[in-house]
Design a protein around this ligand. Structure first.
Ligand code: SF4
Length: 394
């Protein structure tokens, strides 16, 4: 089930499901050293034929992405799966919230498989339903809930999307966050004092969009900290704010620092800084270009030979772009190596284990959202799909 109100813990294999939820691999997990893993994955895929459709997120390892039928960001992949109703099994090489979204958008006869259930997302885990409901109660007590529209980033659990669906809100991606915010502010434009947005769970995407795209100021934004009494805010601060940002962030994109931008500019004259809007505001302010993973890929594809780029997004994608474009100088915008640890949970042994299990008739690691959560999450997703303009990428 997906509505357990506790984070998935990336702790490896273990039998104690209270402390290491979902990391069991019934049956034999192949050894990483097995030289036949690639051949075994190919054989299982061939045996399953059209019954299986393999999705690979841009941040996945090369060893896994080579088996993907389609690559992309989370929303594109979920829609690709929905467009393949003949595929009984959707093997999602990505993280938990992505598999949930795929389950919500695919048909009832399709089963979504996550090869390692410990592939969670630290950002999604920073907004738990009980925490968000407590914040909503505090906003009700402060007399502002009627003017607040909740907006959640795609990178959130299904129950947070459902919360937004139930409360007149919407889901957004990193490419349509501006359109989603415009829509949200319009929903309560007539309320005395004006509309407010509760933005979940990534404070950086919320702040960057509000300030750099919507013309709001930093003073219009407050941060709700779920680990402090009353979110660390007074009722007056809540009443004065236009954007109530949830205190969540991506542990990968939050690492990029403005000092590294400065040192790279000094080191490589003419270098272009290209970052994802999940980066901190002070990093985005120093960048030349800001956009989603699809935007980053297209920008590099269109860049002239000989140009130099420092990219602030997940390292698997940056390395793949560097390998694909040897005529351009592409470097990572961080001094240390930093992959998304949960994305990297999906490795070749887990992929082979999941595929061979399916080929043998055993469905493993199915991600299934309960009907009520699915219904309301779909409401919020469909509101996003009805937004004008871009909704195809994040
Ligand atoms: S890169 Fe960040 S947002 Fe994406 S799965 Fe990893 S922790 Fe979550």
């Amino acid at each position: 089930m997906t509505t357990v109100d506790l984070p998935l813990l990336p702790l490896g294999r273990g039998a104690d499901l209270n402390s290491e939820r979902g990391v069991e691999c019934p049956g034999d997990l192949p050894a990483a050293s097995d030289p036949d893993l690639v051949a075994r994955a190919l054989a299982a895929k061939e045996a399953l034929g059209d019954k299986v459709f393999v999705l690979g997120h841009h941040y996945q390892r090369d060893e896994v992405i080579q088996f993907a039928d389609v690559t992309g960001d989370s929303f594109k992949l979920a829609r690709d799966a929905a467009a393949r109703p003949e595929a009984e099994f959707i093997v999602f090489c990505g993280v938990h919230f992505m598999a949930e979204s795929a389950d919500i958008l695919t048909g009832p006869d399709q089963q979504v498989i996550l090869p390692d259930l410990a592939a969670g997302c630290s950002m999604a885990d920073m907004a738990r339903l009980t925490q968000v409901e407590m914040a909503w109660e505090a906003m009700t007590a402060a007399g502002i809930a009627d003017s607040v529209v909740p907006v959640t980033y795609m990178n959130s659990s299904a129950d947070i999307k459902a919360f937004c669906g139930r409360n007149g809100g919407v889901v957004c991606t990193s490419s349509n966050a501006e359109v989603a915010l415009e829509w949200a502010f319009e929903q309560k434009a007539d309320v005395e004092g004006g509309a407010k947005v509760l933005f979940l769970p990534d404070q950086h995407l919320g702040r960057n969009t509000a300030v750099l795209k919507m013309g709001l100021t930093l003073d219009d934004c407050v941060v709700w900290d779920p680990h402090r009494p009353h979110g660390g805010l007074t009722a007056e601060q809540l009443r004065d704010a236009k954007m109530i940002l949830w205190k969540g962030h991506c542990s990968v994109h939050g690492r990029f620092a403005p000092e590294v931008v400065d040192s790279l500019r000094a080191e490589i004259p003419g270098i272009n800084i290209l970052v994802h809007p999940e980066c901190r505001h002070e990093v985005v302010l120093k960048a030349d270009l800001v956009g989603s993973t699809e935007f980053i890929i297209k920008t590099i594809e269109a860049a002239p030979a000989g140009s130099a780029w420092a990219i602030g997004t997940e390292l698997n994608l940056v390395q793949r772009l560097a390998n694909a474009h040897p005529d351009k100088r592409i470097v990572f915008l961080d001094k240390t190596v930093c992959y998304c640890s949960t994305m990297n949970r999906i490795d070749l042994p887990h992929f082979v284990w999941a595929m061979e299990s399916l080929a043998a008739g055993t469905v493993v690691n199915r991600i299934e959202v309960d009907p009520d959560t699915e219904r309301w999450a779909l409401v919020a997703l469909e509101r996003m799909l009805a937004l004008p303009g871009k909704t195809e990428k994040d």
